[in-house]
Design a protein around this ligand. Sequence first.
Ligand SMILES: [Zn+2]
Length: 152
Amino acid sequence: MKCPECGNEITAEMREMGLCYVCGFNQFAEYEQRLKEEAERRKIEKQKEQEAVAALAKKEEHERWKAAHPDADGKYYQYKTVVVKDKFMGQVNAPEIERVLNEMGYDGWRLVSSFTNEVGKNAGAIGIGDVAIGLNATMDETVLVFERVVKV
Ligand SMILES: [Zn+2]
């Protein structure tokens, strides 16, 4: 590094002593801290610039969309499906379905349709005391279809 005061090359010894032998500069720690803060500030500025560019691109995209869909009143629909599998013995996983519904609802999604789809059968045996019982469970998956309105 060079001395910020006189521009002289700072040797390892000078750095260790915290003193420029040419001009007497001795604020190296503060100087490096300032450089670090400056770099951090530049990083944040660059980030903000990139965000502004992305926001502008999105706005332009929306303007193009509005021009191409003049009757849509600035609204369009988005759809998403979430699949919840049955529990091991074929019971509907109600707590998981409820969790998904609430989580999606919180993000503005509304359930518009749901259906089940059989994915297979689970055969097994459980023993209760001396009695073994054979089980044959149907495994379904529940497909949840959500929609939300996007305003541009
Ligand atoms: Zn110096």
